[in-house]
Design a protein around this ligand. Sequence first.
Ligand code: ADP
Ligand code: MG
Length: 243
Amino acid sequence: MIQLDNISKEFTQKNHQVMALTDITLEIKANEFFGLVGVSGSGKSTLLRLVNGLEETTSGTIKINQEELTKQMTKKKRDMIQKISMVFQQFNLLQNLTVQKNVELPLKVQGKSDGKIVSDMLDFVGMTEHKHKYPSQLSGGQKQRVAIARALTTRPKILLCDEPTSALDEHNGHEVMKLLKKAQTEFGTTIVFVSHELEVIKRWCDRAAIMESGKILSIVTVNKSDHIEDTTSYVEKAVRYLS
Ligand SMILES: Nc1ncnc2c1ncn2[C@@H]1O[C@H](COP(=O)(O)OP(=O)(O)O)[C@@H](O)[C@H]1O
Ligand SMILES: [Mg+2]
């Protein structure tokens, strides 16, 4: 469903070039719960931003359902190929809108406001009783649940998740993961989930790509059963723990 071929991404920082991603080739299948794991700076967010069209590749191709995303492509054309939504570590809710209005926003932008979908989504994430509150009145876990409802109102086929649990405690993080899993099973959403937390990837992902310094070092099918003792590097630990 998502096919990346020899993707590279270079940024200019002040007066030098930074290779954020080098020669990434990766296929994510429809309805997978796919993890991207690696330490900070390894290129995870950049990869998501390329898939979402928030950044352009320096070289290589991205195909979604066999259709290549091109630089000239409009958001509308991209949406026709496949709807993609995103959730973030810092929730990115609009502070001056209520929960309900935040969830409604993507539909409003498209001129397709639909009260039933909004109330269904609030139910889906268990936030109906808080629908008239503002983000400042919510806990971190509640804010992320609202952000997930907002991301799902347009019924995306792909949900890109950039460390959505990293700002949350374990309990709230777990609640968020359960919701993402529920989206995968109930709506058939393909989940691309970025995290540096191996335990979370191990528990929830079907497969994972392990990244370091802008490269994919390994792609593993997550083995749900065994444990791992202390090993030297993060990457080695990731490969052994997840595969
Ligand atoms: N907009 C940008 N401009 C310049 N450099 C960037 C930009 N975005 C990311 N980078 C660089 O690309 C590398 C990968 O960053 P990022 O994708 O954010 O990693 P991660 O999400 O794994 O922490 C880092 O070296 C970062 O400094
Ligand atoms: Mg990041």
